[in-house]
Design a protein around this ligand. Structure first.
Ligand code: KMH
Ligand code: ZN
Length: 271
């Protein structure tokens, strides 16, 4: 079977230190967490910027520091967020793409997000896609609900994006598709054969969906952005602890884990 790409979503935009005391916030903390996760088997780190007070930012300089400090510590693919936090403007959200990171996320539609609305106007999404092409950034299409996958496939047909496409199924957001095996199997059944996918199960859905993805030949995203617990009632000690467990399960299931260079080759990323 193909090698397993593990992504560590280190910080996110919503999780607080009150919820997870080990949440990395500053660029140095994020880079340290990235290095620990790379050592544990992550090929990609998905990162969000935070200010020193913990609030979310898409400030280019913060992202520059995250990327540079991570590169100083380890080899790992840095995937910047263009989702940012609910309520940010599209222009704000797009700023880190101009740093030419290896990867960036691209959310493929509007979704209720807990008590908020995560807005993604189709015209803005096309601007994000064009910017990623211009700056040579590999997009990961974020799919919170099935219509978002349909939209991406329509784009592929229209030539807005070129395959092979790489998807992240974010399952279990209150307002999005459920964090269930059935939801994952449906999305997977709609994919073009040359595409690749990872799954980000939210909360308690993280471990079962990750395990299913390992068996199905998909890829896995874990980390504090999506889930702060190691098991029910027990907070994870670090992002790396969540990555380590996935690498261990993969090993037990005879699925080799991809290095960053192997992941680059699989995703068509030129270093
Ligand atoms: N913080 C969420 C509203 C992404 O990183 O691309 C959006 C998000 C998606 O986290
Ligand atoms: Zn994110």
């Amino acid at each position: 079977m193909n090698r397993l790409i593990i992504t560590a979503a280190l910080t996110g935009a919503e999780v607080t230190r009150e919820q997870q005391p080990a949440l990395p916030i500053t660029p140095d903390e994020i880079a340290d967490a990235a290095a620990e996760c790379a050592l544990a088997g992550a090929a990609i780190v998905h990162v969000h910027g935070r200010l020193a007070d913990g609030s979310s930012t898409q400030d280019k300089e913060i992202y520059r520091q995250i990327i540079e400090k991570t590169r100083e510590r380890c080899d790992v693919i840095v995937q910047v967020s263009t989702g940012g936090a609910v309520g940010m403007t599209p222009q704000e959200r797009l700023a880190p793409v101009t740093l030419r990171p290896e990867m960036a996320t691209l959310s493929m539609g509007t979704v209720n997000f807990g008590g908020d609305v995560f807005m993604n106007h189709p015209a803005d999404m096309e601007i994000f896609a064009a910017a990623m092409t211009e700056y040579g950034v590999k997009p990961e299409f974020e799919i919170f609900d099935s219509g978002m996958l349909t939209t991406t496939l329509r784009w592929l047909k229209k030539g807005v994006v070129q395959g092979p496409l790489h998807f992240d199924f974010v399952l279990g957001i209150p307002g999005g598709m459920a964090g269930t095996p059935e939801a994952l199997m449906y999305l997977r059944s709609q994919l073009p054969p040359d595409s690749s996918w990872t799954v980000a199960g939210i909360g308690a859905a993280q471990l079962p969906l990750a395990t299913l993805a390992i068996v199905l030949g998909g890829h896995v995203r874990v980390g504090f952005e999506d889930n702060v617990y190691f098991r029910k009632g027990e907070l994870a000690r670090s992002n790396a602890q969540l990555v380590e467990r996935i690498a261990l399960i993969a090993q037990q299931l005879d699925r080799p884990v991809a290095t960053p260079d192997e992941a680059r080759a699989m995703l068509g990323i030129n270093k």
